[in-house]
Design a protein around this ligand. Structure first.
Ligand code: BGC
Length: 366
Protein backbone atom coordinates (compact mmCIF):
# COMPACT_ATOMS: atom_id res chain seq x y z
CA UNK A 1 0.00 0.00 0.00
CA UNK A 2 1.11 3.53 -0.64
CA UNK A 3 2.35 5.87 2.00
CA UNK A 4 2.37 9.59 2.35
CA UNK A 5 5.00 10.99 4.66
CA UNK A 6 5.31 14.59 5.65
CA UNK A 7 8.57 16.35 6.16
CA UNK A 8 8.98 20.02 6.83
CA UNK A 9 11.19 21.69 4.25
CA UNK A 10 11.12 25.11 5.83
CA UNK A 11 14.25 24.55 7.95
CA UNK A 12 16.97 26.68 6.43
CA UNK A 13 14.60 28.78 4.42
CA UNK A 14 14.41 32.02 6.33
CA UNK A 15 18.13 32.63 6.37
CA UNK A 16 18.35 32.37 2.61
CA UNK A 17 15.19 34.22 1.79
CA UNK A 18 16.56 37.30 0.07
CA UNK A 19 14.28 37.81 -2.92
CA UNK A 20 12.37 41.03 -2.43
CA UNK A 21 8.98 39.87 -3.56
CA UNK A 22 8.72 36.67 -1.50
CA UNK A 23 6.84 37.03 1.75
CA UNK A 24 9.05 35.57 4.48
CA UNK A 25 5.99 34.71 6.56
CA UNK A 26 4.84 32.34 3.83
CA UNK A 27 7.79 30.11 4.44
CA UNK A 28 6.70 28.91 7.84
CA UNK A 29 4.16 26.85 5.95
CA UNK A 30 6.53 25.28 3.43
CA UNK A 31 6.22 21.51 3.69
CA UNK A 32 7.43 18.48 1.85
CA UNK A 33 5.57 15.25 1.13
CA UNK A 34 6.95 11.87 0.15
CA UNK A 35 4.73 9.45 -1.73
CA UNK A 36 5.84 5.83 -2.01
CA UNK A 37 4.23 2.80 -3.61
CA UNK A 38 4.59 -0.95 -3.29
CA UNK A 39 7.34 -1.02 -5.95
CA UNK A 40 9.54 1.30 -3.94
CA UNK A 41 8.94 4.21 -6.29
CA UNK A 42 9.23 7.48 -4.37
CA UNK A 43 8.02 10.95 -5.33
CA UNK A 44 8.74 14.10 -3.33
CA UNK A 45 6.55 17.16 -3.55
CA UNK A 46 6.63 20.54 -1.83
CA UNK A 47 3.86 23.09 -1.52
CA UNK A 48 6.36 25.79 -2.58
CA UNK A 49 5.35 26.15 -6.22
CA UNK A 50 3.44 22.82 -6.06
CA UNK A 51 6.82 21.40 -7.05
CA UNK A 52 7.89 17.82 -7.69
CA UNK A 53 11.39 17.81 -6.22
CA UNK A 54 12.36 14.18 -6.78
CA UNK A 55 11.16 11.05 -8.64
CA UNK A 56 13.00 7.84 -7.74
CA UNK A 57 12.31 4.91 -10.06
CA UNK A 58 14.02 1.59 -10.88
CA UNK A 59 15.96 0.75 -14.05
CA UNK A 60 15.59 -2.63 -15.75
CA UNK A 61 17.93 -4.23 -13.17
CA UNK A 62 16.02 -2.71 -10.28
CA UNK A 63 18.62 -0.01 -9.51
CA UNK A 64 16.95 3.15 -8.29
CA UNK A 65 17.77 6.66 -9.54
CA UNK A 66 16.27 10.09 -9.17
CA UNK A 67 15.18 11.13 -12.68
CA UNK A 68 13.93 14.66 -11.89
CA UNK A 69 16.00 17.82 -11.45
CA UNK A 70 15.36 19.47 -8.12
CA UNK A 71 16.61 20.73 -4.79
CA UNK A 72 16.33 19.52 -1.19
CA UNK A 73 14.97 22.68 0.37
CA UNK A 74 12.75 25.57 -0.56
CA UNK A 75 15.46 28.17 -0.06
CA UNK A 76 17.46 26.60 -2.86
CA UNK A 77 14.49 27.08 -5.20
CA UNK A 78 14.16 30.70 -4.07
CA UNK A 79 17.84 31.57 -4.26
CA UNK A 80 18.92 29.64 -7.34
CA UNK A 81 20.94 31.74 -9.74
CA UNK A 82 18.44 30.83 -12.44
CA UNK A 83 14.90 30.01 -11.36
CA UNK A 84 13.89 27.82 -14.23
CA UNK A 85 10.62 26.36 -12.93
CA UNK A 86 12.25 23.05 -11.92
CA UNK A 87 9.42 20.58 -11.23
CA UNK A 88 6.90 23.32 -10.49
CA UNK A 89 3.38 24.01 -11.66
CA UNK A 90 3.55 26.98 -14.03
CA UNK A 91 0.69 29.40 -14.57
CA UNK A 92 -1.78 31.10 -14.55
CA UNK A 93 -0.76 30.77 -18.20
CA UNK A 94 2.04 28.31 -18.93
CA UNK A 95 4.46 29.38 -21.66
CA UNK A 96 4.39 32.69 -23.52
CA UNK A 97 1.88 35.41 -24.21
CA UNK A 98 3.04 37.93 -26.83
CA UNK A 99 3.99 41.24 -25.22
CA UNK A 100 1.93 40.16 -22.20
CA UNK A 101 -1.21 41.51 -23.87
CA UNK A 102 -4.58 39.98 -24.60
CA UNK A 103 -8.24 40.83 -24.45
CA UNK A 104 -11.39 39.04 -23.32
CA UNK A 105 -14.83 40.28 -24.42
CA UNK A 106 -13.18 43.42 -25.79
CA UNK A 107 -11.46 44.33 -22.53
CA UNK A 108 -7.66 44.58 -22.76
CA UNK A 109 -5.32 43.19 -20.12
CA UNK A 110 -1.59 43.74 -19.68
CA UNK A 111 0.47 41.14 -17.86
CA UNK A 112 3.86 41.34 -16.20
CA UNK A 113 6.58 40.75 -18.80
CA UNK A 114 9.51 38.57 -17.74
CA UNK A 115 10.91 37.13 -20.98
CA UNK A 116 12.09 40.06 -23.05
CA UNK A 117 8.93 41.83 -24.14
CA UNK A 118 6.84 38.70 -23.53
CA UNK A 119 5.08 37.07 -20.59
CA UNK A 120 6.36 33.60 -19.64
CA UNK A 121 4.96 30.95 -17.26
CA UNK A 122 2.75 33.27 -15.21
CA UNK A 123 5.04 36.28 -14.84
CA UNK A 124 7.33 37.57 -12.10
CA UNK A 125 5.62 35.74 -9.24
CA UNK A 126 3.91 32.89 -11.03
CA UNK A 127 2.48 29.77 -9.41
CA UNK A 128 5.97 28.25 -9.20
CA UNK A 129 7.04 30.95 -6.71
CA UNK A 130 4.15 30.97 -4.25
CA UNK A 131 3.30 28.78 -1.28
CA UNK A 132 0.24 26.60 -1.84
CA UNK A 133 -2.05 25.24 0.88
CA UNK A 134 -1.48 21.53 1.37
CA UNK A 135 -3.82 18.77 2.41
CA UNK A 136 -3.05 15.06 2.32
CA UNK A 137 -5.51 12.88 0.40
CA UNK A 138 -5.61 9.13 -0.23
CA UNK A 139 -2.30 8.20 -1.92
CA UNK A 140 -1.26 11.78 -2.38
CA UNK A 141 -1.47 15.44 -1.64
CA UNK A 142 -3.80 18.20 -2.79
CA UNK A 143 -2.27 21.67 -3.17
CA UNK A 144 -4.48 24.73 -3.50
CA UNK A 145 -3.79 28.34 -4.33
CA UNK A 146 -6.00 31.40 -4.62
CA UNK A 147 -4.58 33.66 -7.33
CA UNK A 148 -6.02 37.10 -6.69
CA UNK A 149 -7.82 39.31 -9.20
CA UNK A 150 -5.09 41.43 -10.80
CA UNK A 151 -2.17 39.21 -9.73
CA UNK A 152 0.51 39.51 -12.45
CA UNK A 153 -2.16 41.40 -14.43
CA UNK A 154 -4.64 38.52 -14.82
CA UNK A 155 -8.34 39.17 -14.28
CA UNK A 156 -10.40 37.21 -11.75
CA UNK A 157 -9.87 35.49 -8.43
CA UNK A 158 -8.79 32.03 -9.53
CA UNK A 159 -9.17 29.15 -7.07
CA UNK A 160 -6.83 26.47 -8.31
CA UNK A 161 -5.78 23.07 -7.05
CA UNK A 162 -3.51 20.31 -8.21
CA UNK A 163 -3.85 16.87 -6.68
CA UNK A 164 -0.82 14.63 -7.02
CA UNK A 165 -1.35 10.92 -6.42
CA UNK A 166 0.97 7.96 -6.88
CA UNK A 167 -0.42 4.63 -8.06
CA UNK A 168 0.99 1.11 -7.78
CA UNK A 169 1.38 1.20 -11.59
CA UNK A 170 4.16 3.78 -11.11
CA UNK A 171 1.98 6.64 -12.29
CA UNK A 172 2.11 10.19 -10.98
CA UNK A 173 -1.42 11.47 -11.57
CA UNK A 174 -1.75 15.27 -11.71
CA UNK A 175 -5.33 16.50 -11.51
CA UNK A 176 -5.84 20.25 -11.96
CA UNK A 177 -9.11 22.00 -11.04
CA UNK A 178 -9.98 25.68 -11.08
CA UNK A 179 -12.87 28.13 -10.88
CA UNK A 180 -13.00 31.90 -11.29
CA UNK A 181 -15.26 34.84 -10.39
CA UNK A 182 -14.43 36.81 -13.58
CA UNK A 183 -13.65 35.68 -17.14
CA UNK A 184 -9.94 34.83 -17.22
CA UNK A 185 -7.45 32.56 -18.95
CA UNK A 186 -5.96 29.37 -17.52
CA UNK A 187 -3.30 27.00 -18.84
CA UNK A 188 -1.34 25.25 -16.13
CA UNK A 189 1.23 22.52 -16.53
CA UNK A 190 3.98 20.73 -14.65
CA UNK A 191 7.53 21.74 -15.49
CA UNK A 192 9.59 18.73 -14.38
CA UNK A 193 12.97 18.32 -16.08
CA UNK A 194 13.72 14.64 -16.72
CA UNK A 195 16.90 12.69 -17.30
CA UNK A 196 16.06 8.99 -17.25
CA UNK A 197 19.70 8.07 -16.51
CA UNK A 198 19.43 10.09 -13.31
CA UNK A 199 19.50 13.78 -12.48
CA UNK A 200 22.86 15.39 -13.16
CA UNK A 201 23.89 12.82 -15.78
CA UNK A 202 25.24 13.94 -19.14
CA UNK A 203 22.90 15.00 -21.92
CA UNK A 204 19.50 13.63 -22.89
CA UNK A 205 20.55 13.57 -26.54
CA UNK A 206 20.69 9.75 -26.34
CA UNK A 207 17.10 9.47 -25.09
CA UNK A 208 14.58 8.18 -27.62
CA UNK A 209 11.40 10.21 -27.94
CA UNK A 210 8.10 9.60 -29.61
CA UNK A 211 5.41 12.30 -29.83
CA UNK A 212 1.91 11.60 -31.10
CA UNK A 213 1.63 14.84 -33.01
CA UNK A 214 1.86 15.51 -36.73
CA UNK A 215 1.72 19.30 -36.50
CA UNK A 216 3.61 21.98 -34.59
CA UNK A 217 2.87 25.65 -34.05
CA UNK A 218 5.97 27.33 -35.54
CA UNK A 219 7.40 30.31 -33.69
CA UNK A 220 9.18 33.59 -34.37
CA UNK A 221 12.54 34.55 -32.89
CA UNK A 222 10.87 35.36 -29.54
CA UNK A 223 9.32 31.85 -29.45
CA UNK A 224 5.84 33.25 -30.03
CA UNK A 225 3.65 31.17 -32.40
CA UNK A 226 3.18 32.73 -35.81
CA UNK A 227 -0.39 31.38 -35.95
CA UNK A 228 0.39 28.78 -38.60
CA UNK A 229 0.47 25.00 -38.23
CA UNK A 230 3.41 23.09 -39.73
CA UNK A 231 3.32 19.48 -40.88
CA UNK A 232 6.22 17.58 -39.25
CA UNK A 233 6.79 15.31 -42.26
CA UNK A 234 10.39 15.47 -43.45
CA UNK A 235 11.41 17.95 -40.72
CA UNK A 236 13.47 17.63 -37.50
CA UNK A 237 10.11 17.78 -35.70
CA UNK A 238 8.90 14.39 -36.90
CA UNK A 239 8.83 12.24 -33.75
CA UNK A 240 5.85 10.14 -34.82
CA UNK A 241 8.24 7.18 -34.88
CA UNK A 242 10.64 6.90 -31.91
CA UNK A 243 13.73 9.01 -32.67
CA UNK A 244 16.97 9.72 -30.82
CA UNK A 245 16.75 13.33 -29.62
CA UNK A 246 20.30 14.17 -30.73
CA UNK A 247 19.66 13.14 -34.33
CA UNK A 248 18.26 16.43 -35.66
CA UNK A 249 18.71 18.79 -32.71
CA UNK A 250 21.39 20.80 -34.51
CA UNK A 251 19.78 20.58 -37.96
CA UNK A 252 20.08 23.49 -40.33
CA UNK A 253 16.46 24.52 -39.85
CA UNK A 254 15.10 27.95 -38.97
CA UNK A 255 12.78 26.63 -36.22
CA UNK A 256 15.62 24.64 -34.63
CA UNK A 257 17.79 27.77 -34.74
CA UNK A 258 15.11 29.75 -32.90
CA UNK A 259 14.97 27.07 -30.11
CA UNK A 260 17.94 26.82 -30.20
CA UNK A 261 17.13 23.14 -30.30
CA UNK A 262 13.66 21.87 -29.38
CA UNK A 263 11.43 24.36 -27.58
CA UNK A 264 8.22 23.90 -29.51
CA UNK A 265 4.58 23.00 -29.19
CA UNK A 266 3.16 19.88 -30.86
CA UNK A 267 -0.56 19.60 -31.55
CA UNK A 268 -1.50 16.09 -30.47
CA UNK A 269 -3.22 13.71 -32.88
CA UNK A 270 -6.10 13.04 -30.51
CA UNK A 271 -8.90 10.52 -30.98
CA UNK A 272 -11.27 12.10 -28.48
CA UNK A 273 -11.32 14.16 -25.33
CA UNK A 274 -10.08 11.75 -22.65
CA UNK A 275 -6.68 10.72 -21.38
CA UNK A 276 -4.50 9.73 -24.33
CA UNK A 277 -0.84 8.92 -24.79
CA UNK A 278 0.95 12.10 -25.88
CA UNK A 279 4.62 11.13 -25.71
CA UNK A 280 6.95 8.27 -24.79
CA UNK A 281 10.52 8.81 -23.64
CA UNK A 282 12.96 5.88 -23.48
CA UNK A 283 16.54 5.71 -22.29
CA UNK A 284 18.23 2.61 -23.77
CA UNK A 285 21.02 2.10 -21.18
CA UNK A 286 18.84 2.06 -18.08
CA UNK A 287 15.77 0.79 -19.89
CA UNK A 288 13.65 3.42 -18.13
CA UNK A 289 10.51 4.56 -19.94
CA UNK A 290 8.31 7.59 -19.27
CA UNK A 291 4.89 7.78 -20.87
CA UNK A 292 2.91 11.02 -20.73
CA UNK A 293 -0.88 10.73 -20.88
CA UNK A 294 -3.05 13.82 -21.00
CA UNK A 295 -6.42 15.37 -21.65
CA UNK A 296 -4.69 18.48 -23.04
CA UNK A 297 -4.60 19.25 -26.79
CA UNK A 298 -0.84 19.95 -27.03
CA UNK A 299 2.59 19.25 -25.58
CA UNK A 300 5.72 21.43 -25.35
CA UNK A 301 8.97 19.54 -25.80
CA UNK A 302 11.78 21.66 -24.33
CA UNK A 303 15.24 20.10 -24.65
CA UNK A 304 16.88 22.02 -21.79
CA UNK A 305 18.64 24.40 -24.18
CA UNK A 306 18.92 27.15 -21.59
CA UNK A 307 20.56 25.02 -18.87
CA UNK A 308 24.10 26.33 -18.68
CA UNK A 309 26.04 24.17 -16.26
CA UNK A 310 25.91 26.88 -13.59
CA UNK A 311 23.46 25.09 -11.26
CA UNK A 312 23.88 22.01 -9.11
CA UNK A 313 21.00 20.06 -7.69
CA UNK A 314 20.38 17.89 -4.65
CA UNK A 315 23.07 15.37 -5.63
CA UNK A 316 25.71 18.06 -6.15
CA UNK A 317 25.99 17.19 -9.84
CA UNK A 318 25.97 20.00 -12.40
CA UNK A 319 23.03 20.51 -14.75
CA UNK A 320 24.66 20.99 -18.11
CA UNK A 321 23.05 22.25 -21.30
CA UNK A 322 20.54 19.69 -22.56
CA UNK A 323 21.10 17.40 -19.59
CA UNK A 324 17.34 17.26 -18.99
CA UNK A 325 14.13 17.84 -20.90
CA UNK A 326 10.54 18.86 -20.21
CA UNK A 327 7.34 17.45 -21.66
CA UNK A 328 4.71 20.03 -20.77
CA UNK A 329 1.10 19.20 -21.58
CA UNK A 330 -0.80 22.37 -22.40
CA UNK A 331 -2.80 24.55 -24.73
CA UNK A 332 -0.54 26.17 -27.32
CA UNK A 333 1.50 29.20 -26.25
CA UNK A 334 -0.22 32.56 -26.86
CA UNK A 335 -3.54 30.78 -27.58
CA UNK A 336 -5.55 33.69 -26.20
CA UNK A 337 -4.32 35.85 -29.08
CA UNK A 338 -5.73 33.27 -31.53
CA UNK A 339 -9.04 32.82 -29.71
CA UNK A 340 -11.75 31.78 -32.15
CA UNK A 341 -9.33 30.75 -34.93
CA UNK A 342 -9.61 27.21 -36.30
CA UNK A 343 -7.37 24.77 -34.39
CA UNK A 344 -6.95 27.00 -31.34
CA UNK A 345 -9.15 25.65 -28.53
CA UNK A 346 -10.28 28.32 -26.08
CA UNK A 347 -8.29 29.05 -22.93
CA UNK A 348 -10.95 31.28 -21.38
CA UNK A 349 -12.51 30.20 -18.10
CA UNK A 350 -15.74 31.95 -17.08
CA UNK A 351 -17.60 32.15 -13.78
CA UNK A 352 -19.70 29.02 -13.33
CA UNK A 353 -17.36 26.91 -15.47
CA UNK A 354 -14.82 24.43 -14.16
CA UNK A 355 -11.28 23.97 -15.41
CA UNK A 356 -10.61 20.27 -14.95
CA UNK A 357 -7.72 18.47 -16.59
CA UNK A 358 -5.49 15.51 -15.84
CA UNK A 359 -2.00 14.53 -16.96
CA UNK A 360 -0.13 11.36 -15.96
CA UNK A 361 3.60 10.59 -15.92
CA UNK A 362 3.87 6.80 -16.02
CA UNK A 363 7.20 5.03 -15.45
CA UNK A 364 8.19 1.54 -16.56
CA UNK A 365 11.19 -0.34 -18.03
CA UNK A 366 11.82 -2.28 -21.20
C1 BGC B 1 9.93 27.18 -22.34
C2 BGC B 1 11.37 27.61 -22.55
C3 BGC B 1 11.89 28.15 -21.25
C4 BGC B 1 11.80 27.05 -20.23
C5 BGC B 1 12.33 27.40 -18.87
C6 BGC B 1 9.94 26.12 -21.30
O1 BGC B 1 8.65 25.71 -21.04
O2 BGC B 1 9.33 26.74 -23.51
O3 BGC B 1 11.47 28.55 -23.58
O4 BGC B 1 13.19 28.60 -21.37
O5 BGC B 1 10.48 26.65 -20.11
O6 BGC B 1 12.10 28.67 -18.54
Amino acid sequence: MKNVALLILAGAVLAGCTTGNVKVSDFSSVKGYTLTNKNGMEVKITNYGATITSIIVPDREGNMADVALGYDSADQYVNALVRDYFGAVVGRYGNRIAEGKFSIDGKEYTLATNNGENHLHGGLMGFDKVVWTAQTVENGVKLSYLAKDGEEGYPGNLMLSVTYTLTDDNEIVMHYEATTDKATIVNVTNHTYFNLKGEGSDTVLDHVLQINGSKTTPVDAGLIPTGEFADVTGTPFDFRQPKVIGKDINANDQQIKYGPGYDHNWVLDRKGGGLELAATLYEPKSGRVLEVFTEEPCIQFYSGNFLQGNLTGKSGRVWNRRSALCLETQHAPDSINHEGEAGWPSVILRPGEKYDTTTIYKFSVK
